[in-house]
Design a protein around this ligand. Structure first.
Ligand SMILES: [Zn+2]
Length: 395
């Protein structure tokens, strides 16, 4: 179960989490407590340790995954994990319950559907725990980390039902990486929302916010997130100059606008037209050389608004139309002697310009004799590269 969960975390969820106390895979001792009925994750050694009182704990995947989750919490926070309000206990119970629920073994009408520690608990030895714990936050906190953790785990299982296992699991790991040793359940709920923005562009925010708010966590939804590649200077005086932006928000967007003008004044506003998450509008040209300025405004149904750039209208994007007065800048590190023995030889250069770069090529000589030029193609960012078009026969 440890191996399966770690593989799932690495291969499916894409988190490269490993123990921080030693190199290599997670270490565990199935006979760790001289027969006592307890289990633990040991933060000093990074081991999982399982006892054998009552039911043998290492026979129950829920115990194994619960203790593993303490380890994940510890490793994600670099040894700074929180038990405030039983946060880590809740994460452990959730990690076990999520795995259980995903198996489809129990149906919602079975009492076991909501049980954690299905083999070790819910029997004469121990009553176990649950993920349908219905008490509110913070009024239902009783000051016992294992009892209180069920508020967190039960809320996460509601979210699991709404947005699915992998999104909830991934959001939890991303969330925990943003926390420290004093993080409360409410702080973690806020980080969980941020995690959904980081990993999923915020597509689950309204579902998550609903469950957290219903429970009583006082959280605030983030304002719409706008991303946009600023326009470059252009020779074309007439346009139109298309502006596209990706906008995501917790609530449905009610307005996405492009505010623009030229000569230092914001004179016009265009509604940006949606196509999926991408919004677009085009600034018309005035036919003479000018400096245009613009920013983007988005507002959602929760009346949360944001601009790009952040401090608009004081901050804004601008671009110039008219003849290009500034030559491109080329940065190139000469090829070392050693690399000339490794054919074909790759030529790299960083090329940047205030206008779009149209074409990059290299001219060269062999023994003082000019050779035909060759093209460098655009790779990413400012990088252009191409191979010298000769082989070992000329060297
Ligand atoms: Zn625990």
């Amino acid at each position: 179960h440890i191996d399966k969960s770690m593989r799932y975390i690495h291969d499916v969820l894409g988190f490269a989490i490993m123990p921080i106390q030693y190199a290599g895979g997670v270490k565990a001792d199935p006979h760790g407590w001289n027969g006592a009925d307890q289990s633990a994750y040991l933060p000093f050694t990074g081991w999982l340790s399982f006892g054998e009182g009552g039911v043998d704990d290492a026979e129950d995947p829920d115990v194994i995954l619960h203790e593993l989750a303490h380890g994940l919490h510890d490793w994600l926070t670099n040894g700074d994990f929180s038990q405030v309000e039983g946060l880590s206990e809740g994460c452990g119970d959730y990690w076990a319950a999520s795995n259980n629920r995903s198996s489809g073994f129990w149906s919602p009408s079975d009492p076991q559907y909501h049980w954690v520690f299905q083999w070790d608990g819910h029997n004469p030895f121990w009553s176990g725990r649950r993920t349908d714990y219905a008490v509110p936050y913070p009024g239902g906190l009783v000051g016992n980390i294992h009892t209180d953790g069920q508020i967190w785990s039960s809320t996460l299982m509601q979210i699991y039902q709404d947005i699915g296992r992998t999104a909830t699991d991934a959001n939890l790991l991303e969330c925990l990486a943003m926390t420290n040793s004093i993080t409360s359940q409410e702080d973690a709920a806020q980080a969980f929302l941020q995690a959904d923005i980081n990993l999923h562009g915020g597509v689950h925010l309204s579902a998550i916010e609903y469950r957290f708010s219903q429970r009583g966590y006082n959280i605030s939804l983030p304002a719409p997130v706008i991303t946009h590649q600023p326009l470059k200077d252009v020779k074309d005086l007439f346009g139109p100059y298309p502006v596209t932006a990706t906008v995501t928000a917790a609530a449905p967007l009610t307005a996405v606008k492009l505010i623009y003008g030229h000569g230092g004044v914001f004179s016009d506003t265009l509604e940006m037209v949606p196509g999926g998450d991408e919004y677009s509008a085009a600034i018309p040209g005035i036919g003479t050389p000018a400096i245009y300025q613009y920013y983007i405004y988005a507002e959602d149904a929760g009346s949360l608004a944001s601009t790009l750039p952040d401090g608009a209208p004081v901050q804004f994007f601008s671009f110039t139309t008219g003849p290009d007065q500034t030559p491109p800048q080329i940065v190139h590190t000469p090829i070392s002697i050693a690399n000339w023995y490794n054919l074909p030889v790759l030529l790299n250069a960083d090329v940047r310009d205030n206008y779009a770069v149209e074409r990059v090529w290299a001219e060269y000589q062999i023994n003082g004799i000019a050779q035909p030029f060759f093209e460098l193609s655009h790779q990413q960012g400012d990088l252009y590269s191409g191979y010298f078009p000769f082989d070992s026969s000329v060297v």
